[in-house]
Design a binder for this molecule. Structure first.
Ligand SMILES: [Zn+2]
Length: 335
């Protein structure tokens, strides 16, 4: 039987109209303000966080060193693929995915009762561009910042990497600049860990391996008073890596009081006995926030993701309340 249909009879919707979805992408070719609101109403979602994506489709033409690295990573995966073709797919996906801060601000202005807007800034850019983006986020009154190491091609470097590499020094300085800004404005930073769709499913890519939660541990520890969300329970699309990626994420959330995890794209982990036990033992469900990643997850939706959590026989009613609205109300200060 189709899994979606089999979930329907027991779906209680007892949290209908109170749910917060902390991870929604208003990708221009896939969604409009109206289509997102329609989906929210069908799923019983009260508020949705809309995420900007500050991507650069030309980066792979402009940065030869990065392009060569990606070609090597793709060859390491398979000698039977054409890197140029995949790089062209990357170019198209970067173009489609670009979601300007101004678009998010417009959607929030048009539908303030439904949406909360998070901006985005690319730490790979030079200091002046990053400062301008942060000014933009402030003037548009956006309430958070999204960072996407996979599609923005960056990572926080280790001390050794900073010493050796001028570009890495600039990236680290920009990450610190972004975190300091977020602290001053009292807004959270949402960080994407794990793979991403399309060519970013390929695990040999540096930009995928560099989005492991462990790589963020040092710098997050230095910004303990900031508010962070690590998306996808730390492990989007990481199949055989789930154990290490998810483990690192829940332990990180346990050790940092202001770091939360969202369930976007991976709600099915809350149907796994071992993972539910692990979360209870480490960061607890007081650190888990619902996110759907709608509309970018193939064959998923807000309603589908919510049903998985509502119908999970492993979670208590209180844990469901915490995940679906309680933690988000507290974290996003929606009271
Ligand atoms: Zn996402």
């Amino acid at each position: 039987m189709n899994k979606t249909i089999s979930l329907l009879p027991s779906f209680q919707m007892n949290r209908n109209g109170t749910i917060v979805d902390a991870h929604v992408h208003p990708i221009r070719s896939l969604a409009t303000g109206e289509s997102i609101i329609k989906e929210m109403k069908e799923a019983g979602v009260k508020k949705a966080v809309l995420l900007a994506l500050d991507l650069d489709k030309n980066v792979l033409n402009d940065d030869i060193e990065l392009k060569n690295q990606i070609i090597q990573d793709l060859w390491a995966y398979s000698l039977f693929i054409d890197p140029e073709k995949l790089i062209n797919v990357m170019y198209q996906m970067l173009d489609i995915g670009t979601t300007p801060n101004s678009l998010i601000a417009k959607l929030v202005a048009d539908f303030p009762e439904f949406f909360i807007g998070f901006g985005s800034v690319n730490p790979r850019k030079n200091e002046e561009t990053v400062k301008n983006r942060l000014d933009e986020i402030k003037s548009l009154e956006l309430k958070g910042i999204k960072l996407l190491p996979t599609l923005q091609f960056f990572k926080p470097g280790s001390t050794l990497e900073i010493i050796k590499n001028r570009h890495q020094r600039q990236v680290n300085a920009n990450i610190k600049r972004i975190f300091s800004f977020a602290k001053k404005e009292n807004i959270p930073v949402l960080i994407h860990p794990g793979k991403d769709p399309g060519p970013w499913e390929i695990h040999t890519l540096h930009c995928v391996q560099d989005s492991h939660p462990k790589i963020w541990r040092n710098i997050l520890n230095r910004f303990k008073n900031n508010k962070f969300i690590l998306a996808h329970l730390g492990c989007y699309g990481c199949d055989s890596y789930d154990d290490t990626w998810l483990n690192e994420a829940v332990n990180l959330a346990a050790s940092l009081p202001n770091l939360y995890l969202d369930t976007s794209a991976v709600p099915y982990h809350l149907e796994n006995k071992q993972i539910v036990k692990l979360i209870r033992k480490t960061c607890s469900f007081e650190k888990i926030i619902f996110g759907s990643d709608s509309p970018v997850v193939y064959r998923s939706s807000m309603l589908h993701s919510i049903k998985i959590i509502e119908n999970s026989a492993l979670l208590t009613e209180l844990e469901k309340d915490l995940i679906l609205f309680g933690n988000a109300f507290e974290f996003l200060e929606l009271y």
